[in-house]
Design a protein around this ligand. Structure first.
Ligand SMILES: *Cc1c(COP(=O)(O)O)cnc(C)c1O
Length: 225
């Protein structure tokens, strides 16, 4: 399927989910996750009107960025090694995977101006997953205030890879409640209006639970060339 047709289908689902939740579709940013596909395919997404692109690895990020640079807004959504920060810091618009102070310190050091970051949360607390444990989020975000080049714009999570809608929904809901708590504190460095959650198989649920940024790869641009 071409990206345009995929996007039309996704947009219809977004509208329906927003209607069910009493939300405005304009609140939802669709990030095309282009990690599986070519530069050409990423360009098709831009031409279809999806101008936010996301990559989870530095190599893929740089490849797409250098080809398409000024045409898109750039999201880094994968786990990020501190030593690689300097290679993407002047190119990235949003980092979705801030999950430790050592990474914050490196971003702070390398950036010339505040970088919009989502703090990645491991909502379910599973050992194997990246992200801050929910019990530690408040302390973590308070500690980030000492880094003048970190701006916390939201929280991000990945739902567990299972087919149980109730579990997925409660993961998203828990992230929203955490976000509300942080937002209510009105920290200058962490206004935290956004929620990055929902992928190809669960974005409708994520929107019903408050997502503002959905990250869609396979159902939008495909999962291979
Ligand atoms: C790959 C990836 C996605 C998109 O996955 P799909 O299921 O193909 O939509 C979203 N978020 C992150 C962090 C990813 O790594």
């Amino acid at each position: 399927m071409n990206v345009q047709a995929n996007f039309e289908g996704i947009r219809a689902n977004i509208n329906q989910a927003c209607k069910r939740a009493g939300r405005n579709p304009d609140e939802i940013t669709v990030i095309a996750v282009t990690k599986y596909v070519t530069i050409e395919r990423a360009k098709e997404a831009i031409e279809a009107g999806v101008t936010n692109l996301g990559e989870n690895r530095l190599e893929g990020f740089k490849e797409k960025y250098h080809a398409l640079d000024s045409l898109a807004t750039w999201h880094f959504i994968g786990s990020l090694q501190s030593r690689k920060v300097k290679e993407l810091i002047s190119e990235v618009d949003f980092i979705h995977s801030l999950d430790r102070l050592s990474l914050a310190k490196e971003i702070n050091k390398r950036a010339d101006e505040p970088v919009s970051c989502f703090v990645q949360i491991n909502v379910s607390g599973e050992e194997s997953k990246h992200g801050i444990h929910p019990d530690k989020v408040h302390t973590f975000i308070e500690e980030l205030s000492k880094y003048e080049n970190i701006k916390v714009v939201g929280l991000m999570t990945m739902a567990p890879f299972i087919n149980d809608e109730a579990v997925i929904r409660s993961t998203f809901k828990d992230l929203r409640l955490l976000r509300d708590e942080i937002r209510d504190k009105q920290f200058a460095h962490a206004p935290c209006p956004y929620l990055s959650m929902g992928m190809s198989n669960d974005y409708s649920i994520a929107i019903e639970e408050g997502a503002t940024h959905i990250r869609i790869g396979s159902k939008l641009v495909g999962s291979s060339n």
